[in-house]
Design a protein around this ligand. Structure first.
Ligand code: F6R
Ligand code: MN
Length: 190
């Protein structure tokens, strides 16, 4: 396999309607998969009563699996709100905590919520077409669609990074991104 050739197929074969890249594996997350992620529990239950909407899909692309290789995920996060909180991804730390990641915005408008695992300090950084967000190691990260169109982005991370969702489920992000007067604002969860 030639990773260079395969990588160039990544965008060419991407189907924005289905969120898939040819036959590459694609994970879909619906509202029901995001229980516990939104700060307004009642608004979440009300939204779920309206239907189990598709929130995001991630097509992964793994040209090679050696320790120095890179994996990519092409995410498409739908626009929407649960109460005053924008549609978001589950969020995770990397199992290999030192592993950093580069996010490249492709289309739409959103932000990344980054939270240092040790200090719990939060940052909200813009993610949109042509913007790049560097996620350092030891940093919980979540993607949030603050616009009215699907937010598409590419995440590039070491093949051995792994995804630790358990740590987030045990201790959620300290901060939330809420829609206040039509704009995204970083707020403390409590
Ligand atoms: C990979 C990465 C992204 C996310 C994607 C979905 O390390 O950060 O590809 O996997 O944005 O978010 P999660 O994995 O939190 O559901
Ligand atoms: Mn990641």
């Amino acid at each position: 396999m030639n990773p260079l050739i395969d990588l160039s197929l990544l965008l060419a074969e991407f189907d924005p309607r289905t969120g898939t890249i040819g036959d590459e594996p694609c994970v879909q997350r619906r509202l029901a998969d995001l229980r516990g992620c939104f700060h307004d529990v009642q608004a979440y239950e009300r939204a779920l009563e309206q239907g189990n909407a598709l929130v995001y899909s991630v097509a992964s692309f793994q040209p090679a699996d050696g320790p120095g290789d890179l994996h990519c995920g092409l995410g498409v996060l739908q626009p929407g709100l649960v109460g005053d909180e924008y549609f978001l991804t589950k969020g995770h730390l990397h199992t290999w905590r030192e592993a950093a990641e580069i996010y490249i915005g492709l289309s739409g408008e959103g932000v990344m919520l980054l939270e240092d695992e040790a200090t719990r300090g939060s940052r909200m950084l813009p993610l949109q077409a042509n913007s790049i967000v560097y996620v350092p190691g030891h940093t919980a990260h979540r993607t949030i669609n603050t616009g009215d169109q699907p937010l598409a982005y590419l995440g590039i991370y070491p093949a051995g990074a792994g995804h630790d969702y358990h740590a987030i489920a045990k201790q959620d992000f300290d901060s939330v991104v809420l829609r206040c007067d039509g704009h995204p604002r970083l707020r403390s969860r409590t």
